[in-house]
Design a protein around this ligand. Structure first.
Ligand code: GAL
Length: 656
C-alpha cells in the first residue's frame, strides 16, 4: 500500500524541498508523483533539457524513503512550443485555436506535436528510465479534448476508409440517403459537431479513442526503450468520463489509475465504489488512486470540506475496492496558478493543515495493513457489463431527458453493493464464465461476438439480467431489423413489443416469487413471451392503456442458466426486492450483513486467506455483528461477536 501526493518541486525554491519531503515522510507517505506539468522547466527552450533539478528531487525523495512516479508533461506544452508551432494547439469546433496556458490544449493528432512529445518522453526515459527510485510512469494527464483541425479531419477520413473500405459500405451502414447525406467523396464527411448521423457520431468517438491510443502508444514506445519491464506505465483516467473508450486505451497500459474527487457534498461510497470497480475492470486487477481530494476542491459549486474522518474512510473504500495506492492532489498550492484554493496537505505558510493529522493516521494504517493486503485482490462472482458505445448512443438520443446510462447501471449496482456483494464492472466483451450473475444494463448495440459470448455464458449455467433498451441496434449504431432484444431473444424467450418514455411513473406488480408493489419511472417496455418456458415475474398495472396488465419482467431457463428480462426502471424498493431475489437464485451471497452505511468488502490473498475491510461511512458510531472471530490489523485488537466502529471508523479484519 502506497500513500503519497502530487508534488510540484518546480514551483518552489530548492531550499524548501527538504522540509516538504520531511513532512511527507512524517505523514507516512511512501510515494510522490512529480513532473507531469513541468515541461517548461524540463525543456526551457526548444531542444535544451534541464533534468538536474528533477534528479535532485527524486534523490531527495529516495533519501527520505519515498519513491517517485514520473509523469510525461504533455498535457501542458511550453509557450515557446505553441508560439513557434501554433498548429499544435487544438482547434475548437468554431474554428478557433485553443489558448495557451490552460491544459490539454494540444491537437492530439498533430505530427509536429507528436515529435515534441516523443522527444521529451525519450529524454525523460533516457535520463530516468532505470533510476532505482522511479517506480512507475504516468502518460500525460487526464486526456479529454477533441480537436477539429484539418489534420484531425484528414485523419478521421483515413480512419473511416480503413474501417469501411468503400463509400458504398459506409453509406449503406449509416443510411445516408436520409436527408441527402450520401457521400461520393471521403472529403465530404464532416467531423460532427452536436447532433448528427448516429453512425457518424459513433465513428467520431471511436476515432477520438484511436487518436488518444496512438498518442499514448507513441509515448509508451519512447519510454519503453529505457524503462525496464518491471516498472509500470499508467494514465490517470477520470472515472466515468465518456470522451473515449477506456477499455481500448487501457490495453496498452500496465496499470489503470484514476482521479477521484467528490466536489460538492460528501463521499457517496456506493457511487464512488462503483467507479473504483469500473477502474479495476480496465485491467482486471488492482489500480492506483492517482489523485484524490485532501478535504476539498476548488472547482465545484460549493467547495465544502469532507467531515473529519471522511478522508480516511474514503481512502479505505478505495483500498476495499482494489486500490494499491492513494495519492492526494496536491501537496501545496503554488502562490500563483489557477488552483490557489484547492485542498492541499500543507498550507500556504508551508505548515501542515488540520487534515495532515488524518493523513498521518492513514499512513499508520497503511503501514499496519500493508503486509496482509500485499498481493491481495478483490474477487467478485457478480458482474455488471459496461459499454461505451451503448452509453454514447443512448445519451445522444435519450428519448427521456432523465435517461442516464450510468444512473441506470447504478440501479443494478447499488442493491448488490449496499448488501456487501462484491461486483466487477467490466467490458461487455469480457469472458464471463467465472461469474454466477451478470447484469447487462442497456445492452443496446450488439456485435455477433457479444451475442455469442452471452449465449455461451447462459448455456454454461450463468444467470444473465437484460434490461431496458437491450438488443436494439447493430455495432454501427443502426436499428436492427428485429424487435428487441434482437438476437438475444433466443435467451429471453420474450421480446419487447414497444418501448415507452414515461411522463409519470406507472404501476408494476411482482408476480409468482416476486411480491413487490412498485412503479417504473422514465421508461417501460411492453414485453411479450414467445416461448412457453418463459415465466412472467412482474406486470404493469393500469396506466396508459398500452401497458396495462402486460408483462414487465420475464425469466427463462436456457441451457444450464437463466435469462431475466427487465422491461421496467423500478423504484428503489422494488429494485432491491428484484435484485435480492435474483442474487439468491444465482447463488450470490453478501459477504456479511451490516448496518446501513457500513461497508464490508473483502480482499483475497494469494493463498486464499481473506482480509475484510470494514468502513463506517456515517458520522455516527455503529456496531457490526461478526460471524467469526478476527483480529483488527489496524489496532491489533481481537474482535469477536461484535465490532464497535466509531464515526467514519475503519477496521481491517483478518479472520482467525
Ligand atoms: C485533476 C487534475 C489535477 C488537478 C485536480 C484538481 O483533474 O489532474 O492536476 O487539477 O484535478 O482537482
Amino acid at each position: 500500500m502506497e500513500l503519497g501526493s502530487a508534488w510540484y518541486p518546480e514551483h518552489w525554491p530548492e531550499e524548501r524541498w527538504p522540509e516538504d519531503v520531511r513532512l511527507m515522510r512524517e505523514a507516512g507517505m511512501t510515494v510522490s508523483r512529480i513532473a507531469e506539468f513541468a515541461w517548461s522547466t524540463m525543456e526551457p527552450r526548444d531542444g535544451v533539457f534541464e533534468f538536474g533539478w528533477l534528479e535532485r528531487a527524486i534523490d531527495l525523495l529516495a533519501e527520505n524513503g519515498l519513491r517517485a512516479v514520473l509523469g510525461t508533461p504533455t498535457a501542458a506544452p511550453p509557450a515557446w512550443l505553441t508560439q513557434a508551432h501554433p498548429e499544435t494547439l487544438a482547434m475548437e469546433p468554431n474554428g478557433r485555436r485553443a489558448q495557451h496556458g490552460n491544459r490539454c490544449h494540444y491537437c492530439v493528432n498533430s505530427p509536429r506535436y507528436h515529435e515534441f512529445c516523443y522527444r521529451i518522453a525519450d529524454e525523460m526515459g533516457r535520463r530516468f528510465g532505470t533510476h532505482p527510485n522511479v517506480m512507475g510512469w504516468q502518460i500525460d494527464n487526464e486526456y479529454n479534448r477533441v480537436c477539429y483541425c484539418d489534420v484531425c479531419a484528414g485523419r478521421f477520413r483515413e480512419f473511416l476508409r480503413e474501417r469501411y473500405g468503400s463509400l458504398e459500405e459506409l453509406n449503406s451502414r449509416w443510411s445516408t440517403a436520409y436527408w441527402s447525406q450520401t457521400y461520393t467523396d471521403w472529403d465530404q464527411i464532416p467531423m460532427p459537431v452536436g447532433g448528427h448521423n448516429p453512425g457518424l457520431m459513433l465513428e467520431m468517438k471511436r476515432f477520438v479513442t484511436d487518436s488518444y491510443r496512438r498518442f499514448q502508444k507513441l509515448q509508451i514506445s519512447a519510454l519503453r526503450q529505457y524503462v525496464p519491464a518491471d516498472r509500470w506505465i499508467t494514465h490517470n483516467f477520470m472515472g466515468w468520463f465518456d470522451g473515449f473508450d477506456h477499455y481500448e486505451l487501457a490495453r496498452d497500459l500496465d496499470l489503470a489509475s484514476w482521479d477521484c474527487y467528490v466536489g460538492t457534498g460528501h463521499h457517496d461510497y456506493l457511487g464512488i465504489g462503483a467507479t473504483h470497480d469500473l477502474t479495476r475492470g480496465f485491467k482486471r486487477r488492482g489500480f492506483w488512486l492517482m489523485e484524490t481530494q485532501p478535504g476539498s476542491v476548488n472547482w465545484s459549486r460549493i467547495n465544502n470540506v469532507l467531515d473529519r474522518g471522511e478522508v480516511r474512510a474514503m481512502a479505505w473504500t478505495a483500498v476495499a475496492h482494489g486500490a494499491e495506492a492513494v495519492l492526494y492532489w496536491q501537496w501545496r498550492s503554488a502562490p500563483g496558478g489557477q488552483e490557489q484554493y484547492h485542498g492541499t496537505v500543507v498550507g500556504q505558510d508551508g505548515e501542515p493543515r488540520p487534515l495532515y493529522e488524518e493523513i498521518q493516521q492513514i499512513g499508520r494504517d497503511f503501514a499496519a495493513a500493508s503486509q496482509v493486503l500485499d498481493g491481495s485482490e478483490v474477487k467478485a462472482n457478480a458482474a455488471i457489463l459496461n459499454s461505451y458505445g451503448d452509453r454514447w448512443s443512448i445519451h445522444w438520443q435519450r428519448h427521456h431527458a432523465e435517461f442516464d446510462y450510468v444512473v441506470h447501471a447504478g440501479a443494478y449496482y447499488r442493491p448488490l453493493a449496499s448488501r456487501n456483494i462484491p461486483v466487477d464492472i467490466i467490458s461487455s466483451e469480457e469472458e464471463l464464465s467465472g461469474y454466477k450473475l451478470v447484469v447487462a444494463p442497456c445492452l443496446l448495440m450488439l456485435s455477433s461476438a457479444e451475442v455469442a459470448n452471452l449465449v455461451r455464458y447462459v448455456e454454461g449455467g450463468g444467470h444473465l439480467v437484460l434490461t431496458i433498451r437491450s438488443g436494439m441496434k447493430d455495432e454501427w449504431n443502426a436499428l436492427l431489423p428485429s424487435k428487441q432484444p434482437g438476437p438475444l431473444t433466443v435467451l429471453t424467450g420474450a421480446r419487447a413489443e414497444e418501448f415507452y418514455a414515461l411522463d409519470e411513473p406507472v404501476p408494476v406488480e411482482g408476480e409468482g416469487p416476486l411480491s413487490f408493489h412498485g412503479t417504473s419511472a422514465i421508461w417501460a417496455e411492453r414485453l411479450m413471451p414467445i416461448d412457453e418456458g418463459t415465466q412472467v415475474l412482474a406486470r404493469f398495472g393500469k396506466c396508459n392503456g398500452w401497458l396495462d396488465g402486460r408483462p414487465a419482467i420475464t425469466m427463462r431457463t436456457h441451457g444450464m442458466g437463466r435469462a431475466y428480462y427487465v422491461g421496467a426502471w423500478l423504484d428503489d424498493a422494488s429494485q432491491r426486492a428484484l435484485m435480492q431475489w435474483v442474487a439468491t437464485e444465482a447463488g450470490v451471497a453478501p459477504l456479511m450483513d451490516s448496518p446501513d452505511g457500513v461497508e464490508v468488502a473483502r480482499r483475497v490473498r494469494p493463498g486464499g486467506d481473506e482480509v475484510y475491510v470494514v468502513v463506517n461511512h456515517t458520522p455516527n458510531p455503529a456496531v457490526l455483528s461478526l460471524p467469526w472471530s478476527a483480529v483488527d490489523q489496524l489496532t491489533g485488537a481481537a474482535a469477536s461477536g461484535s465490532l464497535q466502529l466509531e464515526a467514519y471508523g475503519v477496521a481491517v479484519l483478518v479472520k482467525q
